[in-house]
Design a protein around this ligand. Structure first.
Ligand code: ADP
Ligand code: ZN
Ligand code: ZN
Length: 722
């Protein structure tokens, strides 16, 4: 009523992080004024410049001024919060517009995880924190998530999972399960392909949920859509209690699933690397399946490793008994070495389920084949023989398209991309040349652009050509039921249409496809039952790639691919068949093949680790890359050179080796020149100290005349790609 004084409102200051791009200068928390105390982790809507953005309260509140007109002691930060230049003195703090107090705050461990990731990968906490929230929560109206939440909360907590019978575990599985439950260290489950690792994850999860009615489990997989079967197994076992988190969900699904996890309604989250940042207040088990897979490392933004963060996240939850399991038939050498040092506990499951036979290695020496042979006759016969018996074959070729390049037989012209230092790939069915790096596409020229000769030829082969060739070669062949043979293909082009991937996988499972040609996609975790032959037709490219991790990748790929064969022991023995891995190579004496022939990952790892130790490479050292991009290569290189010189007096510098700035292997992409500077140290804290102290200098260097013409720069900690 008029004339009645309102009591003075107790105002407080809150620290808020918002989604600022890294190194924008807004990378610390910002101070706002609030009419009520807000718990750390509360989502808030705050003004930033002229916009309203979502933020997260990032620290305890401090008392504010009762007089809103009083000068602001934290002037700098309020400048930032107001989105104005730092030199402008500000007298008032802006106010939190809306606080979503009906949503439980993001808990302390989640914030600690984000804080660690920000420090370790040299990013802003706000950038990582906000990117971890579902986009619909970040940008949509609050009414949307409130509606989703009401739905969610009105349903019963955990509907009974569907009645499925879990198989009783083998001794090896039981031992693994016991180790998961007993160990106080991260567990490395070294289990052969088909040894029953997934069953161990399922039963570890089931036991956890039964033991603790609120506990949650996080299961990370490299690529969820490639392995719908795995998703199905989790669904059958846990029903509605499972949600998925990955980039293939619609915004509303992602919001629903995220809320379900955050509210504790979802007991199991099955997701890709992004799921490592899911809010899981009662997280007690983390599984990283196929932990060696490079897709756990993000190649943009914060460039985090979800596998490494899984270790840290479990460590944060250790007091509550949170466990972490890394599983693989071909662990990363980092994890293998960590187990050798006792930091991880290793558990082995060496036998394949049902005593399924191991594929026998057949090396085809391509030096003895006529030049240009794409598919050795012996291999073709072997494939034909199997198909005629009703068995299936997988043929691996890590190049999609029809041919990786076309060329002129007369003058030597080749189809280069005008925007990249790469060739345009020939896609026959579309009559197009396409760049796989920048997306540039152009019709196939009728004649050579340089000399006018009409005789343009595809050079080398891609999966489309291999499929076409196999179709031609096997056209007269019949399956046992008299029907013609079908050749399927699985690569990024073949699965672009929605549902195409599932259809192809189903067709293989149902025996409608006899031979499946494809890129490394075909090697991933599929539980095909009738495959008795796996072939790698172009192996040497990977053997001599410039990347020093290439041998590890190739060995892993071939082991995983061969793991798709002979999974059904009964099927193989019934027909008196054998299981084989064929490898076409001009280097059959490479030591990698000796280990492969024995399916001996430990031998391969020992050999490779010895070489890495001698060369001082990871895991015996730690690396970071500073990357720079510019329209002109010298600009990027010179900026890196200056950046390098700016480290002279930084902490950690004596223990860190800085190499000379060099162009990246694929230098130009989409008209942008890319260069990098490698840093290496046997001492991780030294490298971390240097990076942290370097960041403000890099930021200043970017803004200085030296940074003129520079487009972007970024730090990649523990890089996987060079
Ligand atoms: P991995 O994850 O190591 O490849 P899976 O868990 O997928 O192995 O097991 C391979 C196959 O064996 C699957 O078809 C699975 O259903 C089956 N399997 C796993 N454990 C058992 C078990 N204890 N008893 C019977 N079958 C099992
Ligand atoms: Zn020509
Ligand atoms: Zn290009």
């Amino acid at each position: 009523a008029p004339g009645v004084c309102e009591p003075p409102v107790e105002r407080v200051r809150v620290q808020v992080v918002v989604a600022t791009p890294a190194y924008s200068g807004l990378d610390r928390s910002l101070t706002y004024d609030s009419v009520q105390p807000l718990a750390p982790g509360t989502l808030v809507q705050v003004p930033l410049g002229r916009r309203q953005v979502l933020g997260i309260v990032w620290g305890a509140c401090t008392p504010g001024d009762t007089d809103p007109g009083a000068p602001d002691p934290a002037g700098n930060e309020s400048d930032a919060a107001n989105g104005q230049a730092r030199s402008t003195p500000m007298t008032t703090l802006r106010t939190v517009e809306d606080a979503w107090t009906d949503l439980p705050p993001l808990d302390e461990r989640w914030r600690a995880l984000v804080g660690f990731a920000a420090r370790y990968y040299q990013r802003a906490p706000g950038e990582i924190a906000l990117a971890a929230l579902p986009p619909a929560l970040r940008t949509g109206p609050a009414a949307r998530w409130r509606r989703q939440l009401q739905r969610l909360m009105s349903r019963p907590v955990t509907p009974d999972p569907p009645a499925t019978v879990a198989p009783s575990l083998t001794d090896a599985q039981r031992a693994a399960l016991a180790a998961i439950e007993a160990s106080d260290r991260p567990l490395l489950l070294f289990g052969a392909t088909g040894s029953g690792k997934t069953e161990v994850y399922l039963q570890a999860t089931a036991r956890l949920l039964a033991r603790d009615p609120l506990a949650q489990a996080l299961i990370l997989v490299p690529e969820i859509n490639l392995t719908p079967q795995l998703q199905e197994r989790f669904r059958q076992r846990f029903g509605e209690a499972v949600v998925t988190l990955h980039s293939g969900l619609t915004p509303v699904q992602r919001l629903q699933h995220w809320l379900a996890a955050h509210m504790g309604r979802a007991r199991v989250v099955l997701g890709t690397r992004m799921a490592i940042f899911a809010s899981l207040p009662r997280l007690r088990l983390i599984v990283v399946d196929e932990e060696h897979d490079p897709s756990y490392k993000s190649q943009e933004g914060a460039r985090y490793s979800a596998r490494d963060l899984a270790i840290y996240r479990a460590h944060l939850g250790q007091a509550d008994g949170c466990r972490v399991v890394l599983g693989s038939a071909t662990p990363s050498l980092e994890s293998w070495q960590a187990a050798a040092l006792g930091r991880y506990q290793r558990v082995d499951m060496t036998e394949r389920m049902g005593a399924a036979p191991w594929p026998r290695l057949r090396l085809i020496d391509m030096r003895l084949q006529p030049r240009g042979t794409a598919l050795a006759p012996a291999l073709l016969h072997a494939i034909a023989a199997r198909v005629a018996r009703g068995e299936q074959a997988l043929v691996l070729l890590n190049r999609r398209g029809y041919a990786p390049v076309i060329g002129c037989g007369h003058c030597g012209w080749k189809s280069g991309c005008p925007h990249c230092s790469a060739y345009l790939v020939f896609h026959k069915s579309e009559r197009l040349l396409r760049c796989h790096h920048c997306g540039h596409r152009t019709p196939v020229p009728a004649a050579c652009p340089d000399c006018g000769d009409p005789d343009l030829q595809p050079l080398g082969q891609g999966t489309q050509q291999l499929q076409e060739r196999l179709e031609a070669e096997l056209v007269t062949l019949r399956r046992p039921d008299g029907t013609p043979v079908r050749i399927g293909r699985l690569d990024a082009d073949a699965v672009r249409a929605s549902g195409a991937l599932e259809r192809t996988l189903q067709a293989v499972h149902h025996g409608e496809i006899d031979v499946l040609v494809g890129t490394q996609m075909i090697a991933k975790g599929h539980d095909f039952r009738r495959i008795t032959l796996v072939a790698s037709v172009n192996t040497d490219g990977a053997l001599f790639a410039s990347d020093w991790r290439a041998p590890e990748r190739l060995f892993t790929l071939l082991m995983q691919a061969s793991g798709r064969a002979g999974r059904d022991a009964a099927f193989v023995s019934e027909r008196g068949s054998t299981v084989e891995l064929w490898v076409q190579t001009a280097h059959p004496n490479h030591p990698l093949f000796a280990a492969l022939a024995r399916h001996d990952y430990p031998a391969f790892a020992a050999e490779e680790l010895q070489q890495r130790r001698r060369a001082g490479m990871p895991p015996f050292s730690h690396q970071a890359l500073l990357r720079a991009e510019a329209r002109q290569l010298p600009v990027a290189l010179q900026w890196l050179q200056q950046a390098s010189e700016a480290t002279a007096d930084l902490p950690g510098r004596p223990h860190v080796t800085l190499y000379a700035p060099v162009p990246m292997a694929l230098t130009r992409v989409a008209g942008v020149e890319r260069a990098q500077l490698l840093l290496e140290s046997p001492h991780r804290p030294a490298l971390q100290a240097l990076l942290a102290a370097w960041m403000p200098r890099l930021h200043a260097l970017r803004a200085s005349p030296a940074g003129r013409g520079l487009l972007r720069w970024a730090i990649d900690v523990d890089p996987l790609q060079f």
